[in-house]
Structure formats: C-alpha cells, structure tokens
Design a binder for this molecule. Sequence first.
Ligand code: KG4
Ligand code: ZN
Length: 333
Amino acid sequence: MSEYILGIETSCDETAVAIVKNGKEIVANVVASQIESHKRFGGVVPEIASRHHVEQITMVLEEAFKETEMTIDDIDAVAVTEGPGLVGALLVGVNAAKALAFAHQKPLIGVHHIAGHIYANRLVKEFSFPLLALVVSGGHTELVLMKDHGDFEIIGETRDDAAGEAYDKVARTLKLPYPGGPKIDQLAQEGNMVIDFPRAWLEEGSFDFSFSGLKSAVINTLHNAKQRGEEFRQEDIATSFQASVVDVLVEKTYLAAKHYQVKQVIVAGGVAANKGLRAAMEAKFKKSKPELLFPPISLCTDNAAMIAAAGSVAFKQGHRADWDLNANPGLSM
Ligand code: KG4
Ligand code: ZN
C-alpha cells in the first residue's frame, strides 16, 4: 500500500505545500516565493513574511491538491515544519497543519527544518548509513552525522555566521539585490581570483566553521579600496570570496567523511545550489569512496517536499505530534 504525506513549510519566506509518495516520490510540489516583497528591504522582514503566509497558505494548499486530483482523504499524515525559523511565519504553517489534521482526523507530525533539507536528498536516492550531511543554508552551517533514519548528530557547526548569511551580507556590501547568494554565484563564474581572502580552519581536527572573519575581510577590503579611490570588479570579489567559502566547506566535509568512514556525503540547504560548491565537491569526491548526493536546484532552497520526505520517515517510526504542537523558533535537532 502506498503512503502519501502532505508537507507544509512556512519557516521563512516561502509558503510551500507538497505531497510525497512513500517518502521518495514527489506527487505535488508548490512553492509561493515572497522574494519580490522582501527585496526592497534587503532581507526578510518577519512581519511581512507572516502576513504573506496567511494570505497564501489556503491557495497553495488548494493548488497542491489540484495538481494531483487527490483529496485530503487520500493523505496518510500531515507533516509540518515546527522550527527553527521565524516564529510568526512558522505559526501559519503549524496552525494550518493542525486545523487540517484535526478536522480530517489525520496524524500530525512535527518536522525539524534542517531534517527536511537533509531529506530532500532522499527524493534523489535512498540513503546508505552512516552518512554525512553538509547543511548550508541562510541560517545554518552544520556537518551532521547520521547512523540511521531520524538520527542526527551534529559533529561541526558554524561559530558565527551561516554560509548563506555570509553570502547575503557580502552581496549587500556589493549592492546586489536580496537574496545575494545566487547573484554572487553567478558573478563568481565570470571573475578572477584577485585577493586571497582568509580561510578559517580553526583548531586541528575541528569540524566547526566560522565565516564572520571572511565577511569582515571582504567588507574591509572594499572599504579600504574606496578610501584610496580604487574599485574592485564585483566579479573578482565574488570569485575570491566564493573560493574561500567553498575551500573550507569542501575540505572539512572531506576530512569528516574520512574520519567517520561514511558511505554517503550529502549536501543540503540553499547554498547547496551553488555552482562553485557543487563543482568543487564533485571534483574532491570523484575518486574516493563515499557517494556524493545533491538535491536538484529546486529542492535546495526551502520547499515542502523535503518536509514531507522527512515526515514520512518520522511517520513510519511512529512519531506523532499532539494537538498542542507549537511553533518553536529555536528548535534543536
Ligand atoms: O535553505 P534556504 O532556502 O533557507 C534557509 O533555511 O535559510 O537558504 C537560503 C540561503 C540564502 O542565504 C541564499 O543566499 C543562499 O541560500 N543561496 C545561495 C545560492 N542559492 C541560494 N548561496 C550561494 N549560491 C547559491 N547559488
Ligand atoms: Zn531552509
């Protein structure tokens, strides 16, 4: 018998609903992005995000069902992002999920947003454990060791800025529109290495990351050049900055993969869409054992298919949320 999970994601600036079959196959995947509304503020404005989620959620839900000619009766469980994220944004998804599940007496499952990003990869290929996930998004940079489904051990994380955050802040300094990550990625393809920006390796054997020093180095370099009346090409700054980020991400992931002798290395989160990171990871892992997985670009950034995929595993493991499930902006893994 097939299992169908309805996934709902509203943790940041995408209102998303998806239906996933047997935890692996996307049946419907609808994402309403709010990027245009936040652009002129240079970042996500929480109040605006919440309001848009409220306006969009019913339509996005209807759209997902329309794509499939399914009804809520065909759904086995409702999975929703309970955290981490913006509290007002999360609340919209959590309440929509609770209302639907309660009204139709379906099981309700709370999903951690990062577990969702990781499980986007299971929509590509079945997991082989142990596996190592490099999670790189706007709010997170983590190396997560998984010995089984639903078992997440953080073996390294950022001590300051997330990788995506560094991209967005450097982009803002370069006066590029929000979100800056994709734009820097594009410019980086066209530039030259002109500056050797710092790489934070931290203590020997540490799998932690740090990107605030790099971010400050870029900002200072641009500021000092301006004082001298000089200007760097945006492309060259993008290439040099991206090289520093990618070097550290790839090298630490490689060392951790060897240390834990994992069977698979998977990359997850918005920054997993980065062309430079994808190419460097592919080159590094080409000849070595762990198999490398990336989600398709459309599943790297926030979506609900990943939440349904993670929800499917939790559902099978018997996890159920109570009707008092609440948004938890600081939810730990
Ligand atoms: O996973 P995500 O959609 O949201 C969070 O959970 O944070 O990630 C969004 C982040 C933003 O910081 C965005 O700039 C970054 O991912 N991003 C990229 C690229 N596409 C999105 N960063 C670098 N290169 C990209 N191609
Ligand atoms: Zn995300």
